[in-house]
Design a protein around this ligand. Structure first.
Ligand SMILES: Cc1ncc(COP(=O)(O)O)c(C=O)c1O
Length: 387
C-alpha cells in the first residue's frame, strides 16, 4: 500500500515544509497491533525496539526514552555530570543539547563552530577546557558527524567524556564508523521531522552496560526494577535508589519506531540523493552555498542548510520563500542568546563565528519523498528570493 499523502499534494504546488514524517499503512498496522496487545507501556516492544535500533547502528545497548532531550539528560546523569562541572556544547545547536547540562546543575560552556560546516570547532573546544570540564557534547549538525578523533584527542588524556548529540544523524558515518558508536553515549531523537519517528521519542545508545543500566533506572523514576520484570518474578517490592524521571517510551510508540526503522536506510539514501540534486542545482547560484562536506564522513542530511552570501538579508529571503510556498527555516540562533541563557549571565560575543554565521543560514526543505522537480522548485524560488 502506498504511503498516505497530504491532501492537495497532487493538485497544486503545496506548501513544502522543511521536514515531514512519512507514515505508511504498515506503521498504522503496527501501532494498532500494539494498542490491542495488552502492553501499552513497559512491555516487550520497548526491548525489541532498543535491540533493533542498536543492531542497526552497531552498538551494544539502547535505552528508549520519550524524547531526544530525555536521552541527553539520561546521558548527563550516567556520566556523573553535576554542580561544579562544565559541559562544553557548540553554540549552534538546538537548546536541548545545552539544557541537559543545566538539568543536572552543571554549567554549559559554549564552543564556537567551523564556519563552513557549523560543526563544533575542536580548536575552540581546546581553548575552553579547564579542570572543571567533565563532558563535551558533539552535535552532528544537519546530519554530518563532528570530528570525533580531534575531540577525543583533547578529551581522553584529561578523563573528559563525550556525548554525541546524534539527533540529526542516524545512518551517517565518520571514517567508516556509524553514528551511535562514536562516543561514550550517543543520543537520537524520533521527533516527526527526524529520520524516523515515534511521534515523540529518543534513544541513548552506548557500549557500556553499567551506563545503560543506570539510564534505564533513571528513565523510570530511579527505581531499580520495572513493572514487567516484577510481573515476571512474581514480586511486588522495589526500591527507588535515586531521583529519576518518568522518561519511558510507550510500547505503542516503540511499535511505530520498529516499523519505521525498516525504512531508515532507504530514507537516508533518499536524503543523500536529494542533497546531491540540491548541490547540482545550487552550483549556478553564487548567492547561496551548501555546507562543506568532509571527505571522511557521510551525511544523513536531516537538514539541508545553505549559507547566504555576505550582505544578503536572510530574513527577507526567508519571508520571500515562505510567500512562495517554500517552508524555509533557520537552525539555529546561538543557544546562549536565548533569554533564559541571558538571564543566567551569558552575553553576546562569546562565539563570534557562530553569531555571524547564524545570520546567514537558511534551511531548505529536505523530505525523502521530494522529487527532482521539488528541488528545482525550491532552488527556483531561492534564486528569485535572493535576486
Ligand atoms: C540537535 C538536537 N538535539 C536534541 C534535540 C531534542 O530532541 P527532542 O525534540 O526529541 O527532545 C533535537 C530536536 O530537535 C535536536 O535537533
Amino acid at each position: 500500500m502506498p504511503d498516505r499523502e497530504i491532501p492537495g499534494d497532487r493538485t497544486e504546488p503545496a506548501f513544502l515544509p522543511y521536514g515531514r514524517q512519512e507514515i505508511g499503512d504498515a506503521d498504522v498496522k503496527a501501532v494498532v497491533e500494539a494498542l490491542v496487545s495488552g502492553w501499552l507501556t513497559t512491555g516487550p516492544r520497548v526491548v525489541e525496539f532498543e535491540q533493533a535500533f542498536v543492531s542497526h547502528v552497531g552498538a551494544k545497548e539502547g535505552v528508549a526514552v520519550n524524547s531526544g532531550t530525555a536521552a541527553l539528560h539520561c546521558a548527563m546523569r550516567a556520566l556523573g555530570v553535576g554542580p561544579g562541572d562544565d559541559v562544553i556544547v557548540p553554540a549552534i545547536t538546538f537548546a536541548a543539547s545545552a539544557n541537559a547540562a543545566l538539568y543536572e546543575g552543571a554549567t554549559p560552556i559554549f564552543a564556537d563552530i567551523e564556519p563552513d560546516t557549523l560543526l563544533i570547532d575542536p580548536t575552540s573546544v581546546a581553548a575552553r577546557i579547564t579542570p572543571a570540564t567533565r563532558v563535551i557534547v558533539a552535535v552532528d549538525y544537519a546530519g554530518q558527524p563532528a570530528d570525533y578523533n580531534a575531540l577525543y584527542a583533547l578529551a581522553k588524556p584529561r578523563g573528559i567524556r563525550i556525548i554525541a548529540d546524534a539527533c540529526h544523524a542516524p545512518g551517517a558515518t565518520y571514517k567508516g564508523r556509524a553514528t551511535g558508536t562514536l562516543a561514550d553515549i550517543s543520543c537520537f531523537s524520533f521527533h516527526p521531522v527526524k529520520h524516523l519517528t515515534t511521534c515523540e521519542g529518543g534513544m541513548a545508545v552506548t557500549d557500556n552496560s553499567g551506563m545503560a543500566a543506570h539510564m534505564r533506572r533513571f528513565r523510570n523514576h530511579g527505581i531499580d526494577s520495572d513493572h514487567r520484570s516484577r510481573e515476571a518474578a512474581g514480586a511486588h517490592a522495589y526500591d527507588m535508589v535515586e531521583l529519576g524521571f518518568n522518561y519511558r517510551l510507550p510500547d505503542v510508540q516503540c511499535a511505530l519506531g520498529l516499523s519505521q526503522l525498516k525504512r531508515l536506510s532507504g530514507w537516508v539514501a533518499a536524503r543523500q540523493r536529494i542533497a546531491a540534486l540540491y548541490e547540482d542545482a545550487l552550483a549556478g547560484l553564487a548567492e547561496a552555498v551548501p555546507l562543506k562536506a568532509h571527505r571522511d564522513r557521510t551525511n544523513a542530511h536531516h537538514l539541508y542548510v545553505v549559507k547566504l552570501m555576505d550582505g544578503i538579508d536572510r530574513d527577507r529571503v526567508f519571508a520571500r520563500l515562505r510567500a512562495d510556498g517554500i517552508g524555509a527555516n533557520v537552525h539555529y540562533a546561538p543557544v546562549y542568546l536565548h533569554s533564559h541563557y541571558r538571564k543566567l549571565g551569558y552575553k553576546p560575543g562569546l562565539c563570534p563565528v557562530a553569531e555571524a554565521v547564524s545570520r546567514q543560514i537558511l534551511t531548505l526543505p529536505m523530505i525523502p519523498a521530494m522529487t527532482a522537480g521539488d528541488v528545482r522548485r525550491v532552488v527556483g524560488a531561492l534564486t528569485r528570493a535572493t535576486a
